[in-house]
Write a protein that binds this ligand. Structure first.
Ligand SMILES: [Fe+2]
Ligand SMILES: [Fe+2]
Length: 244
């Protein structure tokens, strides 16, 4: 009876079980790309996101994006460490990857603060702010996966964010510079992530293709990647509402 009520309330529970097993000639990475294409397309269609891509994003919105990035990245080494601490003993390689990634991301929030400082924003006032709803959802879901459900699902978030940085950081830096005449010391976060994330995407691919073998892990990764695109779109929707 209870199941029937849930079925009525949540249409996703009515969906038939879908296997995400790669077909022959495919790797699981390819499945994740395919199964998240629609959520990614919606993010890319957001007008505020587009303005970051073509460099026309107003400076007050760029500052807000840096503020949200600060809130996200100050949590990154913490939730990656938490995820590593919760990984089962038979997944040593994945546990090591979480810890290494946590160290590699440690301190990146300082780059966002530095860029804000160089744009004339008081960094102490930024530290006193709260993140917007989209960023809160992104950060909260990482901790939730790490502590309560499945830390391996976080590779869906790594897929999303490292992928975006790998694909777009060079373009964002070049176009913001061209449109606003910004110097490199206002673009430290974006410029450096164009380089860092070349390695991170390679390492994420290795885990996703070779270490993810259970159906539950596959489903959790795809679910998380889709949610991250949705929540990040919400962050941009909120930033886009800021007027000059
Ligand atoms: Fe980073
Ligand atoms: Fe990264």
């Amino acid at each position: 009876m209870q199941t029937q009520v849930h079925k009525q309330l949540n249409p996703t529970l009515r969906a038939p079980f879908k296997s995400y097993q790669p077909t022959s000639g495919e790797e699981f990475w390819d499945v994740v790309v395919r199964e998240t294409a629609e959520a990614k397309r919606k993010l890319y269609a957001d007008p505020c996101f587009k303005s970051l891509c073509d460099g026309t994003m107003p400076l007050n919105q760029y500052k807000e994006w840096l503020k949200e990035t600060y809130h996200f990245t100050r949590n990154t080494p913490r939730f990656l460490s938490a995820a590593g601490s919760q990984v089962e003993d038979d997944k040593q390689f994945v546990r090591t990857r979480f810890f290494q990634h946590a160290v590699e991301e440690n301190g990146h929030h300082l780059m966002a603060l530095k860029d804000l400082r160089n744009l004339g924003v008081d960094e102490e006032s930024v530290k006193k702010t709260y993140p917007c709803a989209g960023t809160t959802a992104i950060v909260s879901m990482h901790y939730y996966l790490a502590h309560y459900t499945n830390p391996i699902g976080i590779f869906g978030a790594v897929f999303c964010f490292e992928g975006l940085a790998f694909d777009l950081c060079d373009q964002w830096a070049k176009n913001l510079k061209a449109h606003h005449g910004l110097s490199n010391n206002c673009l430290t976060f974006i410029i450096s992530h164009g380089h860092f994330d070349i390695e991170h995407i390679k390492e994420a691919k290795e885990v996703i293709n070779h270490e993810v073998i259970t159906e539950t892990d596959r489903r959790d990764i795809i679910y998380t990647a889709n949610k991250m695109y949705d929540y990040y779109r919400l962050t941009f929707e909120e930033i886009g509402q800021l007027k000059d």
